[in-house]
Design a protein around this ligand. Sequence first.
Ligand code: PGU
Length: 420
Amino acid sequence: MWRRFLTKKCMSTSRAVGWWDHVGPAPKDPITSVTEAFLADTSPHKINLGVGAYRDDEGKPVVLQCVRNAEAEIAGTDFLESVSTAVSSNLVEESVKLVYGKNTDVVREGRFAGVQALSGTGACRLFAEFQRRLYPESAMYLPDPTWSNHHNIWRDAQVSQNTFRYYRPESRGLHFSALMDDVKNAPDRSFFLFHPCAHNPTGVDPTEEQWKEISYKCKEKNHFPFFDMAYQGFASGDLDKDAKAIRIFLEDGHLVGCAQSFAKNMGLYGHRVGCLGVLCADSKQAIAVKSQLQQIVRAMYSSPPVHGILLVSTILNDQDLKALWQEEVKVMADRIIRMRATLRQSLEKLDSPLNWEHITNQVGMFCFSGLSPEQVDELAKEYHVYMTHDGRISMAGVTTSNVNYLAKAIHEITKSSREA
Ligand code: PGU
């Protein structure tokens, strides 16, 4: 009797076992793990060139003035309930105008199915899910290389992946002929993901002429172009110029998809505001597609948080705030461009035996330095400089006060190398 009682008691208080014994730790993320290593370093010289989030010349995250003004405007708004459909539709329409252009037929005719998304990542994930439902047999063609998380996103959505050639290490530029061959040789009606500007991680974008050829070939092959627009404004400092690639595809009559993020260009990384737009043949199709996207959202997270969306729609709907935003985007882009020039000059002044022209030829948030994984490790170990293992430098982490130290560190570990 006692024994039975005791066993019962032990069973009810002892920990259940066996559920997760077979689970090992997941591999570290190649981007977020850089920040972890940086934070663990106690050196006063340490520099974080890992994550692609904007920093000012003091190395600090920035709250844009347009965002501060919008915060003041929405203060006290009763937004604890989910945001009204009108605000959400307005955000989508204003975002879509940023990529497609203000007065396009696409916007007038209501031919886009758009939903607010959890920043750029959420927009990509939503599209990947939509793609699997509608075209379960089709793969997504990703550029080689691409943002590492693209592979996770399409893998978790159970969409198969192919890559197309993009970058040529020898020239540290675009491998255009190979890219065109891969677009040509993919089966008709394939899905292709393009970075419309400020390619991550290479900082290498096709020229306008090259985009025209890519668009032409995609049309001939009936491919579906999906654009991941995470850095609009960061390549040139001008939102319209940075949308040029997408507009070329629109002029050619493509139906396109586009993931947009306000994480970088409005400095709203923590608010997770983005948008997914899928262009359709007519408004009837757009209503159907939108309802499918909404159904996916409903089951995944029901609705996105509201504070960020109110900030973005306040800015996009107020001419003065929008103009201020555009100025601030230019300030951020110009600072990065200046740091590219300074880093290159500093390396040249040190009589580096290597050619560093690519630092200023590449555009956007990143410089694909050409440093090997071993050199990246040495930079971290000896100089407390942190970047992703592929040698990608987030230029936003370079400042007036650390650029010379950085150049010296890079020079020290590369001075005995010879150009390949
Ligand atoms: N697409 C591309 C091409 C990106 O580079 C990033 C962010 C995203 C989408 C996702 O943007 P969110 O709007 O923040 O979801 N890539 C940065 C930021 C760090 C990360 O990996 O999320 C990077 O350092 O590559």
